[in-house]
Write a new protein. Structure first.
Length: 373
């Protein structure tokens, strides 16, 4: 049974639609990331699930129970929703020790004293802060404070944990570390996580499923690699992946059931369909999407281009290259570098190139490419 269900949820602030006709089903024990550019409605969505924000319209269920319904006039307060909340500004209580920070909420919930102590030690062990229990927040590093905040949130054993950019105050190295800790934690405590981030890499690496939003509407909801390999539209293709997908404008001609030609003033490709999602018509304006790792360097290829720039980082090198006046980005793995303006051969060996409608941005087809000129 899905753990959290949003049905036709809308939130308006005056004339602004923060979230619009939003449907989402988060399965039990999923780790879902809400991802999208600033202002797309991620925080608003999370706050509506938690009960801190009241939707203008719609219905929200948690664990089979309606917690909000504009139709049935139901609106449970946050403390009746069995959720844990963790925000960017997790503000620990400065005058309380770490122990007290974690135990305080349990005391308010009228837990028995011996149970509280046991639970605090369990939580401290889980997030590895057992030796810090007597310290005050000011005596902790950012990452340690973050872990205390996590322990405090998890202590009452919520079935659902809602997090809004909880790692964004940490430096890059610590953020990486905490990401893998969170992922382990998710497995160990068997709860459902909903996690807001605007960082696509964070969303990709943490989630069992990504919910990608734009302007308050859902763009795609799928596992990270499915979203990466099979973006539903231009926005998704562009937002997910770093370095970004290459896009080339072109026009469709000579279309039949198996293939079509894709042409602009500088390039001509033969495109063989693997899957077709939408009708494609002769003369249609389209945008071809090519992932940087789907262009490979190949000594003996007849597709010659010149090196425009290189960014070697040790593990990989990002190469920008000029192919008949079009700039493409490719990624090649390992310790390689090229002299600028030298000629290299490239091959298009994948069968996972996409064409999108220039007009609507929708994906039309996926297939293989052959460079003709
Ligand atoms: N209390 C409010 N009053 C008026 N408008 C609001 C309010 N809260 C949010 N909004 C608007 O609703 C939209 C969505 O905001 P929200 O905070 O959900 O975005 P977000 O995706 O979390 O962005 P960010 O990544 O910057 O945190 C924005 O246009 C925002 O300006
Ligand atoms: Mg936000």
């Amino acid at each position: 049974m899905p753990d959290i269900v949003l049905k036709n949820v809308t939130k308006r602030f005056g004339k602004v639609y923060a979230v619009k006709n939003f449907d989402l089903a988060v399965e039990d024990r999923d780790f879902v990331t809400l991802l999208g550019p600033s202002g797309c409605g991620k925080t608003t969505t999370l706050r509506m699930i938690s009960g801190l924000e009241t939707p203008t319209e719609g219905e929200i269920k948690i664990d089979g129970k309606i917690v909000f319904s504009s139709y049935k006039q139901i609106n449970l307060s946050p403390d009746k929703r069995d959720i844990g909340l963790l925000f960017q500004n997790y503000a620990l209580w400065p005058h309380m020790t770490v122990f007290k920070n974690i135990s305080f909420g349990l005391e308010n919930l009228k837990w028995e004293k011996s149970n509280i102590k046991k639970r605090v030690y369990e939580m401290a062990e889980l997030v590895k802060i057992t030796d810090l229990l007597e310290r005050y927040p000011a005596e902790l590093s950012g990452g340690q404070q973050q872990r205390v905040a996590i322990a405090r949130t998890l202590a009452p054993n919520p079935r659902v944990l809602l997090m809004d950019e909880p790692l964004s105050n940490l430096d890059a190295k610590l953020r990486m570390e905490m990401r893998s800790e969170l992922k382990r934690l998710h497995k160990e405590i068997e709860a459902t996580f909903v996690y807001v981030t605007h960082d696509q890499l964070e969303a990709m690496t943490l989630a069992t499923k990504i919910c990608l939003m734009k302007d308050g509407t859902l763009q795609q909801y799928a596992p990270p690699l499915a979203i990466y390999d099979d973006p539903k539209n231009l926005f998704v293709g562009d937002f997910i992946g770093n370095p970004s997908m290459n896009f080339i404008e072109s026009k469709v001609s000579n279309i039949d059931a198996q293939s079509c030609l894709l042409k602009n003033e500088k390039l001509e490709f033969l495109f063989n369909f693997k899957t077709k999602t939408k009708e494609i018509t002769e003369g249609q304006e389209v945008i071809v999407g090519i992932r940087p790792e789907d262009i490979t360097i190949s000594e003996d290829s007849t597709n010659k281009c010149t090196v425009y720039s290189t960014l070697p980082s040790g593990i990989e090198t990002i190469v920008k290259m000029n192919l008949n006046g079009n700039l493409f980005t490719l990624v090649t793995f390992g310790r390689v570098d090229f002299k600028l303006d030298t000629e290299i051969g490239v091959a298009f060996n994948s069968n996972n190139y996409h064409i999108f409608s220039k007009d609507t941005g929708e994906k039309l087809a996926t297939g293989s490419l052959k460079l003709l000129s």
